[in-house]
Structure formats: C-alpha cells, structure tokens
Design a protein. Structure first.
Length: 224
C-alpha cells in the first residue's frame, strides 16, 4: 500500500474537524455584551438605552409635583394727547313774569334784560411713556388635589420662608396634563393651564419701596 491511498482519508478527517469547530462555536458562548443573538429577546431602546425616558408611574391624589416657575414679561407703551376746546355763550332773557297772589303778570324788567356772556378756551397737551420688565423664577412643590375625567391633574402648592423680619410667601394653582410631567417629576410653568401665582413679601425691604395709602389714592383718582 503506498502513501497516496491516505490522502482522501486525511482530507475527510480535516473537513470533519473544521465542521465540528464551527458547530461548537455556534453553540458556544457569544462574545457580544448582549449575549447570543439566537437566545435573547428583541432589543428595545426602552430596555437597553441609558438616556431613553422611562415610563412614569400613574399620578394619584396627594402625589407631589415640582413646578419650575420661569415667567418673563415686557411691556412698552407710549401715548400722546393734544386737545383744544373753545366755547362761546351769549344769553339774554328778554321776557319774564312776576307772581302777585295767584296771578302771573309780565315783568317790565326796568333794570334791563338779564344778560349772560361767557367764553371757554381749554388747551391740554400731554405725553406719557411706560416701559416695564418683569421676571420671576422659583421652584415650588405642589400637591395633586384633583384628577379630571380626561386625566388632567389639578395641583396646588404653598410655601412660606421667614428670615427674621423678612417673609416671602408663594402660592400656585393650575391644571397639568400628565404627559407634560418630566421624568424627574417636574413640570414647567408654561405647561400649566389656568396658572395662578401669588407672591408676596413683607419686612424692611418691602417697607422701603412700597407706596403709602395717600400715594395710592392719588395714583388711582389723579385729582390734578
């Protein structure tokens, strides 16, 4: 028997060994961090992404939602008025009566006919300008006090901060859609419907720039 008779047998053994290695690699552990693709569930962003927003829990009564208040407004108004008014009156009473008993007789008007003459010349010119800018920023935690039939929630929150004689009081009410609540359980004030904010201050700082009752009366009625 010569050596050429072993070539087909050797080739068959090599092919069988390679096939076994490939099969073992297919059945063995995968180098992927997510495991063998044939043995895992379909990949989804919600399950594997670190930044994909997670679904929020159902909002219930008495849950707390933080409102981020960031309100800005600017008003610019200008006005000008120029008014002129002239009037002239000349009245003469030529005939009148006298009462004697139950009779009325003509008055001879011996001193002359009563005469009234008057003139009015009114001029007024005024200019006014108004420019205001307001900004309000703070955070307040609100409680869910009601849930509408459509799922919207009604929130209400109050906060008082006292520092010696200085007092800051803040309150907020409104209605929020659940989908506007962010994953960190906050909502922007611009997404709050029927928003009502009440912010008050008391103390030495407030007393330094508040108007007195007389100045308020003058500003309201403007007697001159």
């Amino acid at each position: 028997m010569n050596s050429t008779q072993f070539v087909p047998i050797g080739s068959a053994l090599v092919a069988a060994a390679l096939w076994s290695a490939v099969a073992a690699a297919a059945d063995g552990p995968s180098s992927s961090l997510f495991g063998n693709p044939d043995r895992r569930q379909p990949m989804t962003l919600a399950e594997y992404s670190w930044t994909y927003p997670k679904e929020l829990d159902e909002i219930r009564l008495n849950d707390l939602i933080t409102v981020i208040v960031d309100e800005k407004s600017a008003v610019i108004s200008e006005g000008e008025m120029d008014r002129k008014k002239k009037a002239h009156g000349d009245l003469i009473l030529k005939d009148w009566i006298l009462l004697k008993g139950f009779a009325a007789i003509p008055d001879p008007q011996t001193l002359g006919d009563p005469h009234i003459r008057g003139e009015v010349d009114n001029k007024m010119r005024s200019e006014a300008g108004l420019e205001t800018r307001d900004s309000m920023k703070f955070r307040i935690s609100c409680r869910v006090v009601d849930i509408r039939p459509n799922g919207n929630v009604v929130i209400e929150g109050r906060r008082t901060v006292r520092n010696n004689s200085e007092v800051w009081e803040q309150s907020l009410t409104g209605e929020v859609r659940p989908k506007d609540v962010l994953p960190n359980n906050t909502v922007l004030s611009e997404n709050v419907a029927e928003l009502r904010i009440d912010k008050r201050e008391a103390g030495h700082v407030r007393d330094g720039y508040r108007r007195g009752w007389l100045l308020k009366w003058l500003d309201k009625w403007q007697p001159f």
